[in-house]
Design a protein around this ligand. Structure first.
Ligand SMILES: *[C@@H]1O[C@H](CO)[C@@H](O)[C@H](O)[C@H]1NC(C)=O
Ligand SMILES: [Cu+2]
Length: 203
């Protein structure tokens, strides 16, 4: 009995520092019909912030390493960016999610943002969040065709595998060769648009 108690408190103590160090999950609007689903696992959920629209048409970071269940939260700078999920084989095109059981491809919609008159960095009052649903690589791009953002390199990856030819650099090279416009989906889906928890974060 006594040794069982000891074991229990030791394992509790071992998990506590991690839980305390994990950032609190971002809170979507309570009014949002698309709340982030609750999880049954016990490891802490981490929120990874990604900024869209730094000079040079990039996502920053553009290469994200995340655990299953983590949240990736996109922040949008001027002027008018978006994020769309693609498949590795077809950059600048929304991932085909029509197969039975295929998870919904995500599309954030566009986020028009005006630059601040004082020169400080403006960002949208809204963010777009997705949940990392499994450990497979996730590919994404910005669908702004005014300036051909996808073809010009505004692409990113979650959990790319460096031990395969399917790297972010290969995806970017393929995107650069895409003729014509990049694609959007008809509606926001596969994630959640909600209030920016830190709109003055100074990205
Ligand atoms: C933002 O970009 C989208 C896609 O190009 C466009 O439809 C929309 O009108 C733009 N919004 C503004 C305010 O420029
Ligand atoms: Cu863009």
């Amino acid at each position: 009995m006594f040794s069982q108690l000891l074991l229990l408190s030791a394992s509790l103590a071992a998990t506590l520092p991690l839980a305390a160090a994990a950032p609190a999950p971002a809170n979507p609007s309570p009014a949002s019909p698309n709340r982030i689903p609750s999880r049954t696992t016990t490891s802490p959920r981490i929120t990874h912030s990604v900024v869209a629209g730094r000079p040079g048409l990039r996502f920053d970071p553009e290469n994200i390493v995340a655990e299953v269940g983590d949240i990736v939260e996109f922040h949008f700078l001027p002027r008018n960016h978006s994020v769309v999920e693609a498949s590795f084989d077809a950059p600048c095109v929304p991932r085909d999610d029509s197969a039975p059981g295929s998870p919904t491809a995500f599309f954030s919609g566009f986020f028009p943002v005006s630059p601040n008159p004082d020169g400080s960095v403006a960002q949208s009052p809204e963010v777009f969040q997705i949940e990392v649903r499994d450990d497979k690589p996730i590919w994404f791009y910005c669908a702004q065709n005014n300036g051909r953002h996808c073809q010009n390199g505004m692409v990113g990856a979650i959990n790319q595998r460096f031990d395969t030819p399917n790297t972010l650099e290969a995806f970017r090279r393929a995107a650069a060769a895409v003729p014509g416009d990049s694609g959007v989906l008809p509606q926001v889906q596969g994630g959640w648009r909600g209030p920016n928890p830190n709109p003055n974060g100074g990205f």
